[in-house]
Design a protein around this ligand. Structure first.
Ligand SMILES: CC(C)(COP(=O)(O)OP(=O)(O)OC[C@H]1O[C@@H](n2cnc3c(N)ncnc32)[C@H](O)[C@@H]1OP(=O)(O)O)[C@@H](O)C(=O)NCCC(=O)NCCS
Length: 156
């Protein structure tokens, strides 16, 4: 069993609210995870004020993933971004982060949650499907490079 796997299976993972001290670690994961990563100032704003739900996953004090979400119109949750350190993928961390985000969004009054995902992003689409999200529509040219997005949604 790989070291990372042992940590996760051993239950050593912990979730907490993101703080500005996490900014560098989050940006490092953001840069290796996305073709058009969010700039640092935007991630900083997400941590400080732009998001209503901001969670990091930690293993032995190392940030290995994060999720940011917002409450819109008082009742609709929007997953803004989620990513897991490539060395820690496939261990259930992304799924746990999403479950935690859905729980907090529900606590804050949301009854439905939506997100956008690249039509080519099979791992993420599978993850969302597994959690009960369904594709509602396709948004043409949603991303900077022209790729389409699926808008996915689920009730909570
Ligand atoms: C999408 C992402 C967050 C998933 O995180 P993860 O911790 O690796 O995912 P999990 O281990 O919790 O996997 C949960 C489910 O997702 C799906 N999944 C995860 N990785 C997958 C892969 N490489 N291929 C296909 N499906 C995959 C599977 O359905 C999996 O369930 P299973 O293990 O029972 O088969 C991660 O791949 C990532 O950070 N990607 C880059 C950033 C990104 O694309 N974010 C989403 C933007 S919309």
């Amino acid at each position: 069993m790989k070291k990372e796997e042992m940590y996760v299976k051993g239950g050593n993972i912990r979730f907490r609210k993101a703080t500005l001290k996490d900014l560098d670690k989050i940006q490092r994961i953001e840069r290796v995870s996305f073709r058009n990563p969010y700039p640092t100032y935007y991630t900083k704003a997400l941590i400080e004020s732009l998001s209503d739900v901001s969670i990091v996953a930690e293993i032995n004090d190392r940030v290995v993933g994060y999720v940011f979400a917002r409450v819109e119109f008082g009742a609709v949750g929007h997953i803004i971004t989620i990513a897991v350190d490539p060395a820690f993928r496939g261990l259930g961390i992304g799924k746990s982060l999403m479950i935690e985000a859905l729980r907090l969004l529900r606590e804050r009054g949301c009854r439905s949650v939506y997100l956008e995902v690249r039509v080519s992003n099979e791992p993420a689409i599978n993850l969302y499907r597994k959690l009960g999200f369904v594709i509602k529509r396709r948004i043409r040219g949603y991303y900077k490079d022209g790729e389409d997005a699926f808008l996915m949604e689920r009730q909570i």
